[in-house]
Design a protein around this ligand. Structure first.
Ligand SMILES: *Cc1c(COP(=O)(O)O)cnc(C)c1O
Length: 392
């Protein structure tokens, strides 16, 4: 079945619910068993079936099954946020004395977790450049227990050669995790590229409407038990309401992403011609340095990219940002609206040099008409110019 069709079919069973199209939101803590024997049998296999609210409800399972099937994983674990998914995976594989290989362009809070929480517990992290492919072999130590990838990287959007890394890791029996939030299960098929664990901040495109926090870990049958056990040990669980919002988001994921991508490319075509813009990073843009790698491994692009402006005064940047009407100023992305955020990758890089001299802006192309978005940006550049050179 093609993905577009799968998105309409997965995770639902109208016959089970009087013909109702979508699975209901199960609100549950207690789950009752008909006999002591049934309760004891369920306790021996708590990851199968409905056991206790924290282990998941039928709504949770519908989302987990849909996400795993879309991406080609065996099973999924839903948790309360994308970051909870990431920390669950790190804690599932790492114990004191272990070594972690982490991409330098990783999501900032993931880096903070490694440098703080993990470091304090004697787990050492080595950051490697995102351009490192099979060369990663040289960084592997006898105590390396996990290789973590994120492609494209947060804030600067470098694409990693994930197949080269998984090939090296597989030969040494080291699992590879991927933060696949940007591409979603639709646009990067993590498991066909050898990834063992694919983590999604479903908060972003899966939910897609900026109204819920949700994380999903997709994985193989071999790694599922330790990941699910760790999530359970930590007390993580996703709310059924949030899982239902994730399921709802999946139904339109394909059409939304296509529009996000088209709008991003339209904006970039306009932005690169502006004299204020020095550089663009978006792997789906043909002139991007990682375009060929993206084209080889990805099926599409989402709407998140970055631009570098030529250096300007802080007041000029503020004039540009503060007056925008359609581009919101705030964290997260993947909702229907456009966002624009000045960001500082130089604060979260240690294995690569950050060379941009001017402001670095992360832009989320939303679902608006590009003509309106361009008019908003054009007015912003006018403010930037008049603020930069008053009276001219
Ligand atoms: C937002 C984000 C996360 C964290 O997701 P939350 O649901 O906000 O915890 C993780 N990874 C990436 C790449 C993200 O952009």
């Amino acid at each position: 079945m093609d993905d577009q069709t799968a998105l309409t079919q997965l995770g639902r069973d109208p016959e089970r619910f009087d013909g109702v199209v979508n699975p209901p939101v199960y609100r549950a803590s207690t789950v009752l068993f008909p006999s002591l024997a049934a309760l004891e049998a369920a306790s021996r296999r708590p990851f199968e079936g409905t056991y206790y609210g924290r282990f998941g409800t039928p709504t949770t399972f519908a989302l987990e099954e849909s996400m795993a099937a879309l991406e080609g994983g065996d099973r999924a674990v839903a948790v309360g946020s994308g970051l909870a998914g990431i920390t669950t995976v790190l804690l599932a594989f790492l114990t004191p004395g272990d070594h972690l290989l982490m991409v330098d362009t990783v999501y900032g809070p993931t880096r903070m977790f490694c440098d703080g929480f993990l470091a304090r517990r004697g787990i050492e992290t080595t950051y490697y450049p995102p351009a490192m492919g099979e060369g990663i072999a040289e960084l592997i130590r006898p105590n390396t227990r996990l290789i973590f990838t994120e492609s494209p990287g947060s804030l600067s959007f470098e694409v990693q050669d994930v197949p080269a890394i998984t090939c090296v890791a597989r030969a040494r029996g080291i699992p590879v995790a991927l933060d696949n939030t940007w591409a979603t299960p639709l646009y990067f098929k993590a498991f066909s590229h050898g990834v063992d664990i694919s983590i999604h901040a479903a908060t972003k495109y899966v939910v897609g409407h900026a109204d819920a926090m949700l994380g999903v870990i997709n994985t193989t049958a071999a790694h599922y038990p330790v990941i699910k056990q760790t999530a359970v040990d930590l007390g993580h669980c996703a709310g059924s309401e949030e899982c239902a919002l994730g399921l709802r988001g999946l139904r339109t994921l394909d059409v939304r992403l296509a529009r996000h991508q088209a709008n991003a490319l339209t904006l970039i075509d306009w932005l690169v011609a502006r004299s204020e813009v020095r550089r663009v990073r978006y792997p789906a843009w043909p002139a991007d340095p990682d375009h060929a790698l993206w084209q080889r491994d990805f099926r599409g692009a989402s709407g998140l990219f970055a631009i570098e402006l030529f250096p300007c005064a802080p007041e000029a940047l503020a004039a540009f940002v503060d007056g925008l009407q359609l581009f919101g100023l705030g964290y997260s992305w993947g909702g229907y609206e456009s966002l624009l955020l000045p960001v500082h990758p130089e604060h979260s890089r240690s294995a690569t040099a950050w060379t941009a001299a001017g402001p670095w802006l992360r832009i989320h192309a939303g679902l608006e008409a590009p003509v309106d978005l361009i008019a908003d940006l054009a007015a912003g550049f006018e403010r930037l110019r008049s603020s930069a050179s008053p009276g001219l």
